[in-house]
Design a protein around this ligand. Structure first.
Ligand SMILES: NC(=O)c1ccc[n+]([C@@H]2O[C@H](COP(=O)([O-])OP(=O)(O)OC[C@H]3O[C@@H](n4cnc5c(N)ncnc54)[C@H](O)[C@@H]3O)[C@@H](O)[C@H]2O)c1
Length: 253
């Protein structure tokens, strides 16, 4: 049984992970951390990591806010707990701190915990190898109107994977409003749509002279991310220190 502390337990993903864990005999959520402590949960909720007491745990899952990152990762390092970090919008400094922490604990980080999205990324890498030299590449993502970071962590994951397959120097274009010039050949456009309750849509467009190839993924509920995070927590316990991602987990399945 893997005992989990769930960071961001009162949020939408916190609710989905709680429901997922209830149906999984291999895991138990033993505590939550959230500034909102009144959510109905069958485990204690602490308002901050430094207020946790009397809890024995095997791993932390974090679906919260970048503001929680430092206390969360410090707690994991201090208590030698594997960390599954799913929060998006982390700064470069926070990512550097994550790499530092991964020298002493196992850390799993993915901007998208869905199996389908990670397959989509592999397909986009293949398409880039075939088309990337001549086709223009644009990424469009869509999410609900309460999401605070843009573009999504997944869009950046896709962009980074594509960039890694290209021979040429590549830059990301998030905003073309300030210039009057044709599209630059060496850029990947990344566009964020926000509205309603959209769970998560990602599309990569490879636009050639007379043909367009599109690769897309559509998330229909948040539970797929919760399942991925819970599976990652089980997979991560017992691993050596290091930074892991979905590809590592998939390659062992
Ligand atoms: N990696 C993935 O696959 C994936 C999938 C979905 C969402 N996410 C990310 O997970 C995060 C949470 O998403 P959500 O939809 O559940 O958001 P949400 O706003 O519903 O939940 C966030 C929770 O964090 C809590 N919180 C915020 N600031 C805090 C603080 N300073 N201290 C303690 N608790 C704090 C809030 O009270 C809230 O309950 C976001 O960064 C989102 O982008 C990642």
């Amino acid at each position: 049984m893997v005992r989990i502390i769930l960071s961001g337990c009162s949020g939408k993903m916190g609710e989905a992970v709680t429901a997922c864990a209830q149906q999984n005999d291999n895991v138990e959520i033993v505590a939550g951390v959230d500034i909102y402590t009144s959510a109905l949960r069958d485990y204690p909720i602490f308002p901050a990591f430094d207020e946790i007491s009397g809890i024995e745990a095997d791993a932390v899952i974090d679906f919260s806010n970048p503001a929680v990152f430092e206390p969360m990762i410090d707690y994991c390092v201090k208590n030698s707990l594997p960390a599954v970090i799913c929060t998006t919008g982390l700064s470069d400094e926070q990512k550097a701190k994550m790499n530092e922490a991964a020298k002493s604990i196992p850390v799993f980080f993915s901007g998208n915990m869905s199996l389908g999205v990670n397959l989509m990324i592999e397909l986009a890498k293949t398409a880039t190898r075939v088309l990337g030299g001549s086709f223009d590449i644009e990424i469009v993502e869509q999410h609900h109107n309460r999401k605070i970071d843009a573009p999504s962590g997944t869009a950046l994951m896709i962009a980074d994977a594509i960039k890694g397959e290209l021979d040429k120097e590549t830059e990301y274009a998030f905003d073309r409003t300030q210039r009057r010039e044709p599209r630059r050949k060496n850029e990947i456009g990344i566009h964020a749509v926000r509205g309603g309750t959209i769970v998560g849509e990602h599309e990569v467009i490879f636009a050639g002279n007379d043909e367009i190839v599109k690769i897309s993924h559509s998330a229909r509920s948040k539970s797929l991310f919760a399942t991925g995070a819970v599976n990652a927590a089980v997979w991560l316990t017992g691993k050596q220190s290091g930074l892991y991602n979905m590809s590592d987990m998939i390659s062992e399945v």
